[in-house]
Design a binder for this molecule. Structure first.
Ligand code: ATP
Ligand code: MG
Length: 419
């Protein structure tokens, strides 16, 4: 034990469990990589204003959850709480949207930081896989992203999730709804802060998780009754495309999301085995964001999937991923000559694609075999002086204990044929 512990709300990913985490991250990204999305990496921190403007001044993320600070040079910086604003900032800065190929389709993977009350599935440092399709308004693009996330979750074996879908309208119809909702909210018994929020961004009140607030929201006007014709048609098309692909979704007229910049399509993937932290991923259309951060009009759509919560969802469904073994062959040399020979053989096996490890530190047979067992290897390669004189190595099956002498120059062939 050292004097230090991981900061509150964070946890360390350690082997062997970290292998599953890595596999989840890969699986969530895999469908994107074969669907025209290019990989983007942006800094872990940005100018705090980017988030204030991009995520929204009235959101919990900006008002309560951001790690913001001033640098020694006087810059106002925030650790990124989400990936969309930085991705769009980078796109605009590099003029990716002017290279004639819209939409600009990007995916990313990384760490995000929010100063939240830590609980299971809610951390101050967490991982997301994100995807953004920038610069095109097309319901097929919204549908594509929902399909890709659905496929990603399914590829992991997850079945206990649901897709919630809604439309948030656009600059034409949302103001009318906003006013109607505001009038409704003013008549409720709400605390000061919530009333203030109702004045700044009433839609956010619909996202309130407190039971007494939720109860009062039962009769709230619904956006679907206020959608303009263009938004309605757009939304119907997204729904039809999903239905044609056999993807089940639930219309959730109260679904709004924590970020201000969403317009039209909005969706969330929720898992029923996760308790209060049920959202494993979410996203939607953000047609106004580019202009909010000083860019041209670039209607866009994207999502972010939570890696940590997806791992928890697997646990909740009792799914163990079928991962390749960390070590298939463990070499146990007895003596200096054997050490040199087996070291070469281990490298040969690795070049042939076999996961192989070696007993370091000049251990005796007993200690080295203990390491071999702990490594989870299927086979041990044991060699002592007498074996080398005969030009062989003992290939030991760690499950059956059965041992076979294999000629030195046949080892890689023998091992690969058995694995
Ligand atoms: P919630 O309503 O649970 O706070 P959110 O709407 O703030 O979620 P998004 O900003 O949409 O979440 O982020 C996308 C995904 O990232 C979420 O669906 C969730 O899986 C994950 N996520 C968000 N915040 C956290 C966190 N603090 N810890 C772990 N995962 C998180
Ligand atoms: Mg949140």
């Amino acid at each position: 034990m050292s004097t230090f512990q991981a900061p509150k709300g964070t946890y360390d990913l350690l082997p062997p469990e970290s292998a599953a985490f890595l596999a989840v991250r890969d699986a969530l990204a895999a469908p994107l990589r074969t669907s025209g999305y290019g990989y983007i990496e942006t800094p872990g921190f940005e100018n705090v204003e980017l988030f204030a403007r991009g995520v929204g001044e009235s959101t919990d993320i900006v008002t309560k959850e951001m790690y913001a600070f001033e640098t020694k040079g006087g810059d106002r910086i925030a650790l990124r709480p989400e990936g969309t604003a930085g991705t769009l900032r980078a796109t605009l800065e590099a003029n990716l949207h002017r290279q004639g190929n819209l939409p600009v389709k990007l995916w990313y993977s990384g760490s995000y930081y929010r100063y939240e009350a830590p609980q299971k599935g809610r951390y101050r440092h967490f991982s997301q896989i994100g995807a953004e399709a920038i610069g095109t308004e097309d319901p097929a693009l919204d549908a594509e992203l929902i399909l890709l996330a659905d496929r990603a979750y399914r590829s992991l074996g997850l079945r206990g999730f649901r897709i919630l879908l809604n439309s948030l309208g656009d600059q034409e119809c949302r103001p009318l709804y906003r006013e109607a909702l505001q009038t409704f909210l003013r008549g409720l018994d709400l605390d000061e802060e919530t009333l203030r929020r109702a004045e700044i961004n009433p839609l956010r009140v619909l996202d309130d998780k407190r039971a007494d607030v939720r109860r009062q929201l039962t009769g709230a006007p619904l956006l679907q009754d206020y959608l303009c014709a263009a938004c309605k048609t757009y939304h119907e098309e997204v729904r039809a495309l999903l239905t044609a692909e056999d993807v089940a979704f639930e219309d959730d007229p109260k679904l709004v999301r924590g970020l201000d910049y969403y317009t039209r399509t909005t969706f969330e993937f929720v898992h029923d085995g996760l308790g209060a932290q049920s959202a494993v991923g979410g996203g939607g259309r953000y047609d106004g964001l580019s202009e909010m951060i000083g860019g041209p009009s670039l209607p866009s759509v994207g999502w972010a999937l939570g890696v940590d919560r997806t791992v928890l969802a697997l646990e909740a469904e009792g799914i163990t991923l079928d991962l390749p073994p960390a070590t298939s062959v463990f070499a146990v040399p007895l003596g200096d000559e054997a050490r040199r020979v087996l070291f070469t053989k281990v490298n040969e096996l690795r070049r042939a694609g076999v996961a192989a490890d070696f007993s370091y530190g000049g251990k005796g047979l007993k200690g080295a075999m203990k390491n071999a067992h702990r490594s989870g290897a299927r086979y041990a390669l044991v060699a002592g002086e007498r074996d080398l004189v005969e030009g062989v190595v003992q290939l030991k099956d760690m499950e059956s204990g059965e041992q076979t002498a294999v000629a030195l120059d046949r080892i890689t062939a023998e091992v690969t044929s058995r694995l």
